[in-house]
Design a protein around this ligand. Structure first.
Ligand SMILES: Nc1ncnc2c1ncn2[C@@H]1O[C@H](COP(=O)(O)OP(=O)(O)OP(=O)(O)O)[C@@H](O)[C@H]1O
Length: 227
């Protein structure tokens, strides 16, 4: 059997604290195969975001991380910041909960997507990157993408902003897209649409998608796989 794309083993994350350490994630195991849509569900505070950030190497410096996060034959926990930043955005892309704080207010969304295209491939001209940005906006279902590429994030609705985040995530044909509670801030109908866009992104790029969401209950974050 082929090796999983991502294999998380005994992942634990602790934040030291004078009034008692915070054990945010305790001994989590899961595998994600190439092209799989993978769901992580858990109540608020159960460690969904912290475990996603651990995979991306984006936890604050004081976080104590143990276990193994194998991706592409390497343990990501052994890599330094430079090696990790090469993987981020190119092989692994992330869609954050709050697109407004992930997007820059001072550049148009088209320029931001174009920059995401060029950051990992400087051989792409600015013009080609801008054209690709418009194409990506079309893929994620932004109407009139040529015009909307010149808009700023605050001119979009929450659902549209999350579509822009997904466009940025797929800009470099990643192998894994991590969506950390991508629908939390959205109303129910828009939530369903964003999950459809993520599914479409998976189909188009062949990337695996790891998406987390909140449930109300007393269970810790639980990984679930679906084909
Ligand atoms: N930088 C940090 N320093 C200290 N504790 C932290 C830090 N980040 C997260 N935590 C704690 O880790 C635990 C898990 O947080 P996490 O954000 O992963 O939960 P979550 O399941 O994503 O919740 P939500 O659904 O509300 O986003 C929480 O108790 C949180 O307070």
């Amino acid at each position: 059997m082929a090796e999983p794309l991502l294999s998380v083993r005994n992942l634990s994350v602790t934040f030291p604290n004078r009034s008692g350490d915070v054990h945010a994630v305790r001994g989590v195991d899961y595998d994600i195969d190439e092209g799989e849509f993978f769901g992580i569900v858990g109540e608020s505070g159960s460690g969904k975001s912290v475990s996603s950030l651990a995979v991306m190497g984006l936890l604050p410096d004081n976080a104590q991380v143990t276990g193994e996060i194998r991706f592409g034959g390497r343990n990501l926990l052994d890599l330094d910041d430079r090696a990790l930043s090469r993987i981020r955005g190119r092989d692994i892309a992330i869609v954050f909960q709050d697109p407004l704080s992930a997007l820059t207010p001072v550049y148009t969304v088209g320029d931001q997507i174009a920059e995401a295209v060029r950051i990992h491939d400087r051989a792409v001209t600015r013009q080609a990157a801008s054209a690709r940005a418009v194409e990506l906006l079309r893929v994620v279902g932004i109407p009139d993408p040529v015009r909307r590429a010149s808009s700023f994030a605050h001119e979009f609705s929450g659902g549209m902003r999350q579509r822009v985040m997904i466009a940025m995530a797929i800009a470099n044909n990643p192998r894994l897209i991590i969506a950390d509670e991508p629908t939390t801030a959205l109303d129910v109908t828009i939530q369903a649409q964003i999950l459809e866009v993520l599914e479409k992104a998976r189909e188009i790029t062949g990337a695996a998608v790891s998406s987390s969401r909140t449930t109300w209950g007393s269970s810790p974050a639980t990984p679930t796989a679906s084909g």
